[in-house]
Design a protein around this ligand. Structure first.
Ligand code: UDP
Ligand code: MG
Length: 327
């Protein structure tokens, strides 16, 4: 069986409100696109009618493939599974809520045809998102860019096209805590951007509450930077210099001015400050050690429940097979 030219990978988690709209937009899009295309939905343990609706859609539409997880494994893992199963020469990851307009994919495909391996969507305007989301995202990506040694494009999400060789490379990165956009940047090859306006969510509510956002941010930083671990060395060095200075000052006060002050306030302040700094640094150590522990366990990233319109086995062919070399 030949490969489809394009795969769309769409993670869905409790998206019953948006699915009918998505289906309609996709149908229109697939008609204009006019390329052999498959759509891989990853049902990330939805608790509403999402899976039931997908079953119905997939029955009449063989281009819709569905992979249903045994439970919610999270957005980044769902994307990973989609990339494991997608068979297209090019693969596009997009959100289910139509914040990533399918029409932009046409521009991405054009760039891919010009020879780019990664075409990411860069958000020009973001409509209808809370100021909290906008501000925290802005701060996070600037902070992230300052900390990590690889270049991660600003104002981009996971909406992007990847060539098959990038997808195959990504499958080789076996990390448990996944920050897909960083991993794609790490892979390299020829990358470029297309600009688009990010609409608001078409229906339903965000599936990224603050707790998931924080985990996502922590995974991003710890996966790509050990700067927070080094921070304790720098801080330790700084505090040592300060305390030597203080010791000198105390000696001068004692021997030259004979003005030894009781100094209770000073000592209580320094001790509690140091205790706080130490706890914080142990906390940072814990973040990394915990992730090492989880990585070492080597559990599978996800467990597949149901599969519709495709094989249970992930697409394991790699580029060693000459027939598979992307054209
Ligand atoms: N999603 C998922 N698993 C999760 C959370 C979200 O598969 O645990 C999917 C969700 O269905 C959507 C995409 O990830 O297709 C992005 O989520 P959402 O639109 O809620 O995030 P936001 O745009 O608010 O950041
Ligand atoms: Mg969204």
């Amino acid at each position: 069986m030949g490969r489809p030219t394009l795969s769309l990978v769409i993670p869905v988690f409790n998206e019953q409100e948006v699915l009918p709209m998505l289906h309609e937009r996709l149908q229109g899009f697939l008609a204009t696109l006019n390329l052999p295309t498959e759509v891989v939905f990853i049902n990330d343990g939805s608790k509403d009618r999402t899976f039931e609706m997908l079953q119905k859609l997939a029955k009449d539409e063989p281009r819709y493939k569905v992979l249903s997880f045994a439970r919610n494994f999270g957005h980044q893992v769902a994307i990973t599974a989609g990339l494991d199963y997608a068979r297209g020469e090019a693969v596009v990851v997009m959100d289910a809520d139509l914040q990533d307009p399918p029409e932009v994919v046409l521009q991405m495909v054009e760039k891919w045809r010009e020879g780019f391996d990664v075409v990411y969507g860069r958000r020009q305007h973001r409509e209808a998102e809370t100021w909290f989301k906008l501000v925290t995202a802005k701060i996070f990506y600037r902070f992230f860019a300052a900390m990590v040694p690889i270049e991660v494009p600003l104002d981009t999400g996971d909406f992007r096209l990847m060539s098959r060789r990038v997808v195959v490379a990504l499958r080789a990165l076996k990390e448990t805590h996944r920050f897909v956009r960083g991993m794609v940047a790490w892979i390299g090859f020829n990358q470029t951007a297309v600009l688009y306006d990010r609409a608001g969510r078409a229906a339903g509510e965000t599936k990224y509450p603050l707790k998931k956002m924080l985990k996502f941010a922590a995974d991003g930083i710890t996966s790509f930077s050990i700067l927070p671990l080094r921070a304790s060395s720098y801080l330790g060095l700084l505090i040592s210099v300060l305390s030597v200075g203080m010791a000198v000052w105390a000696m001068i006060a004692h021997f030259v001015y004979h003005a030894t002050v009781p100094g209770w306030t000073a000592s209580i302040v320094t001790t509690s400050l140091l205790a706080a700094v130490q706890l914080m640094m142990i906390g940072i150590l814990g973040e990394y050690v915990g992730r090492i522990y989880e990585q070492v366990k080597g559990r599978p990233l996800y467990l597949v429940g149901e599969v519709l319109n495709m094989s249970r086995n992930a697409d394991n062919d790699d580029l060693d097979d000459p027939a598979d070399t992307p054209s």
